[in-house]
Design a binder for this molecule. Structure first.
Ligand code: HEM
Length: 539
């Protein structure tokens, strides 16, 4: 009897050992990739920081589609426009899921549209975002976007050293204004501070390696909250987000009820909440997550543009020459000018290429087996869209580490002669398939308006070392860690291009007051005092 039990145990142990040994091993038919270790697969080598750089190095070895085994799971890395088109755009019905993220779900009750699985909840959130972010709806908000862009130039004129935070304020105030009908006139405004605080904690909590990998070891979910620091962090961020997002929603609800609407996006969401199939908390998160999606992205782009101008003065010179020729010095640029500024259009495209804000987009996941390039992409794979690898591939882009807008003058997608660019599209920096960025119309208006204003108004050059008197060479590789990335704060010399241009910015800012006023009805005391003092200067 004992012998039979022992033999039984031996068989079970052997079976378990065989199963364990298979974990981490690359299955037959899936794309190639770096050698694996038992159980871990490639987990031990997955980069914790700036993952796009290492993933792009591996793309040179293993091709435009390769795999990494992350324990029992599979990650597929897609590094060509052709693979994005064929796997993610054309088959978006099966490749638009997101990988499971317990942390994201705990933080936002599973209601963060960016991270939500491909589900009815996501569909309801996404449908709402689509309805409010159409080109027509977005056009309605141009006046406040334009006025905020003028304030950005004004803020930089008055305080060039603080340009980094002025840009952050701009991007946050635009989205808070269009969503909630209330602006943030200074970086220290309560909404801006509360928002960036919660966002910063969120980014920290989501960083790879910060907390134990609950998604790989779901058993960790059973650890009681008092011994699980990740649960404590998630609960704290959840409280902060709800306070902010539902508080801002409540202001819109009140206006809708009293008939004192401002015409902002979230008032429409309040009115049509049932039609969109949203609970009140879902409506709060539509607004909050749209604010998250809009704030860092826009500011990272503009900060990268300034850094590129410091490092590549020839591009700046050509852009200034063009805007002087087309717009002249007697007025600030308008959105309508953009179509007549091919070099500045190329500057915007080159900034997206040179330093994509989301170098790996946001990871997708597959819900059914797919096939690409003769390889199997198994259901349940995480799919990394390697935008960095696509835009820095030397087979397509000459000297990819050089900021050279002219490449987009020479060819539509900036690719080198002979390269087949038939699978490229200009919206690639905004992702793909059904998950493509729903905010790109609003984003594009911000990028166009501010690129033109900054080029028209200022000279950007490297900061001068106070001790040596020499320029400090800009470091175009010193970037933040994270899914979204922009330059770490850097010093830069910013001067107005002429006294006349400085005066025009002041006049434009004074004129913008009429556009600002409807968005300043609910400012708190401190913001009111700030605005009053700021305007006293030109009263
Ligand atoms: C420079 C500006 C921007 C860039 C480069 C950018 C880029 C991206 C990328 C790459 C994605 C992931 C797409 C994918 O998974 O394939 C994304 C998603 C998203 N973006 Fe943007 N974005 C920008 C601005 C904005 C703005 C202004 C908003 C809001 C008004 C916004 C809201 C969102 C949302 C809500 C998602 C999640 C969509 C979903 O998962 O269904 N983004 N964005």
């Amino acid at each position: 009897m004992i012998g039979t039990v022992l033999i039984g145990f031996a068989f079970v142990a052997l079976w378990l050992a065989i199963r364990m040994a298979r974990i981490g091993r690359r299955e037959k038919g899936i794309p190639p990739g770096p050698p694996t270790l038992p159980v871990l697969g490639n987990l031990h080598m997955f980069p914790k920081e700036h993952a796009h750089l290492r993933l792009s190095e591996w793309a040179k070895v293993y091709g435009d589609i390769y795999s990494l085994k992350l324990g029992p799971g599979t990650a597929i890395i897609v590094s060509s426009a052709a693979a994005v088109k064929n796997l993610l755009d054309k088959h978006s019905g099966t490749t638009s899921d997101r990988p499971a993220s317990h942390m994201a779900d705990d933080i936002a009750d599973g209601l963060n549209m960016v991270m939500t699985r491909y589900s009815d909840t996501w569909r309801a959130l996404r449908k709402t975002a689509h309805a409010i972010l159409t080109p027509q709806q977005t056009a309605k908000h141009l006046p406040i976007q334009k006025a905020e862009a003028i304030q950005l130039s004004y803020d930089i004129l008055k305080d060039p050293k603080g340009f980094f935070n002025h840009i952050k304020r701009y991007s946050n105030s635009v989205i808070v204004s269009v969503l909630y009908g209330k602006r943030c006139p200074r970086y220290e405004s309560e909404t801006t501070t509360a928002f960036f605080h919660a966002m910063h904690l969120n980014q920290q909590a989501m960083a790879i390696g910060r907390y134990p990998p609950v998604d790989l070891l779901p058993i960790l979910n059973y650890v009681p909250a008092r011994w699980a620091p990740w649960k404590i962090a998630a609960a704290r961020i959840n409280r902060l987000q709800k306070k902010l997002y539902l508080g801002l929603l409540a202001e819109c609800e009140e206006r809708v009820e009293k008939g004192t609407e401002t015409g902002c996006y979230m008032e429409e969401v309040v009115r049509r909440r049932e039609e969109f199939g949203l609970t009140r908390v879902m409506a709060g998160y539509v607004g909050g997550v749209t604010m998250e999606g809009a704030s860092d992205t826009t500011s990272f782009f503009l900060q990268s543009l300034i850094l590129a101008f410091c490092a590549f003065p020839e591009a700046q010179r050509k852009a200034q020459e063009e805007i002087d020729r087309v717009v002249g010095k007697d007025r600030m640029p308008n959105l309508d000018d953009f179509v007549d500024l091919p070099y500045i259009q190329a500057v915007v495209k080159e900034t997206h290429r040179f330093r994509p804000v989301a170098p790996l987009a946001v990871p997708h996941a597959s819900i059914a087996d797919e096939e690409y390039g003769g390889y199997l992409v198994p259901a349940g794979s995480t799919i990394f869209v390697n935008l960095w690898g696509i835009f820095h591939n030397e087979e397509f882009f000459e000297r990819p580490e050089v900021f050279e807008p002219d490449r987009f003058i020479r060819s539509e997608f900036g690719t080198k002669p002979g390269a087949d660019d038939s699978d490229f599209r200009h919206t690639l920096p905004f992702g793909c398939g059904r998950r493509i960025c729903p905010g790109m119309n609003l984003a594009n208006n911000s990028l166009m308006l501010n690129s033109m204003n900054l080029i028209w108004a200022f000279n950007f050059s490297p900061a001068i070392d106070a001790q040596t008197g020499q320029p400090i060479p800009p470091d175009t590789t010193d970037y933040l860690k994270g899914m979204l990335t922009g330059p770490n704060p850097f010093q830069c010399t910013i001067t107005p291009r002429s006294e006349q241009r400085a005066e025009q910015i002041e006049h434009a800012f004074a004129d913008a007051v009429h556009t600002f006023l409807p968005f300043e009805q609910r400012l708190d005391e401190a913001d009111r005092a700030y605005v009053k003092e700021q305007r006293a200067a030109f009263a």
